[in-house]
Design a protein around this ligand. Structure first.
Ligand code: ZN
Ligand code: ZN
Length: 352
């Protein structure tokens, strides 16, 4: 079968490899969709400390069950059968550490990841790691949800995890930095699940801003390369500031701007990580103090968030179909990375 294998930064090869085996306590999938995100581009160029090469990458996975190990259903208390449709979590908690036992699986101290320690989804077939099955991380796809939509459940789950911490209330003003797919999903969740008020979408790429705004229709788009974004948000909110600010980008300055534009009792999600070579920002601590700001981190998602994402897609509360703007065959997977890098599509999905 064909698989996209990471050997070293800038050395990623689409090659012929043997189909993976399926152990007695494992499930084998025919991958139907594996979507791409900025993380794949980062891995392509820089690798990742937890990624052991050579490795099949790809972590936003949906597929059809083609083999169920003889001991699977007895071992995990599941009911998997050949032909079932399934979505795979990407961040895999251990289920046993202090954090997992507290129910904070997104910050499991022993977290591993599909496509890092285990072979991922840019391949015709993959074996679902037993560590995934152990924490109930293989999820049934509802009948009315496509494989392409289901593959977007993973990034969607990360956004759900982040927003859970923000306590968004009906009518809250929300600013989202970053007009990529995840920024779009944040807007849809803030509205569809939390019934927020006006949403302002910020980016420095005018074309991407326009493309995403057409899909998710924010009340206003702000091109931060053209205008002072803090000033504009203050104007739009009558000087009060934004109740909720989400930075879905890796740009340090957006975190500083988020603090400057937050309203009293404002809640901020530092959703996107910063470059590891430059992870610091300047923070006016008195703003945080006197305005009673709440600044939250966000680290991936828990299996439960993936289940909820599939449910929101199924009920139509948070549609994702129209955000998947490019479908690309596995043979052209490397071109998908360029499309993601250049921001030419909202979400790109690969179809083995
Ligand atoms: Zn991703
Ligand atoms: Zn754990």
């Amino acid at each position: 079968m064909k698989a996209l294998r990471f050997y070293a930064p800038e050395d990623v090869r689409l090659e012929d490899v043997p189909e993976p085996d399926c152990g007695p306590d494992e499930v084998k999938l025919h991958v139907r969709n594996c979507s791409t995100c900025g993380t794949d581009v980062k891995i392509f160029h820089n690798g990742h400390q937890n990624l052991t090469p050579p490795r099949t990458i790809g972590h936003e996975i949906a597929g059809e069950v083609v083999e169920v190990g003889a001991e699977v259903n007895a071992t995990y208390g599941s009911d998997w059968r050949v032909g079932d449709r399934a979505q795979v979590i990407a961040a895999v908690p251990c289920g046993e550490c202090y954090e997992c036992r507290k129910g904070w699986m997104a910050v499991c101290a022993n977290q591993t990841s599909v496509g890092y320690q285990y072979d991922g989804g840019f391949a015709e077939y993959m074996t679902v790691p037993r560590q995934v099955l152990k924490v109930d991380g293989l999820n049934r796809i509802p009948d009315n949800v496509g494989y392409d939509e289901a593959s977007a459940a993973e990034p969607f789950a990360c956004a759900i995890n982040a927003q859970e911490l923000l306590g968004i209330e009906p009518g809250d003003t929300v600013v989202v930095f970053g007009a990529g797919p995840i920024g779009c999903m944040h807007i849809r969740i803030a509205r569809g699940v939390h019934e927020c008020g006006p949403v302002y979408l910020v980016d420095v790429n005018a074309e991407r801003l326009k493309m995403s705004a057409e899909a998710v229709q924010p009340e206003e788009t702000i091109d931060a390369s053209e205008v002072d974004v803090v000033e504009r948000v203050m104007e739009l909110t009558g000087g009060r500031g934004a109740d909720v600010v989400i930075t879905a980008t890796a740009a340090n300055v957006t975190q500083e701007q988020a603090i400057s534009m937050a309203a009293r009792n404002g809640r901020i999600s530092f959703f996107g990580g910063l470059p590891k070579t430059n992870p610091t920002i300047t923070c006016d601590s008195n703003l945080v103090h006197y305005r009673q700001l709440h600044i939250h981190g966000a680290n991936g998602s828990a299996p439960e968030h993936n289940k909820r994402a599939l449910e929101y897609i199924s009920t139509g509360q948070v549609p994702v179909k129209d955000l998947i703007t490019r479908h690309i065959p596995l043979d052209d997977v490397l071109s998908a990375f360029d499309i993601v890098k250049n921001g030419e599509a909202i979400k790109v999905t690969v179809e083995p």
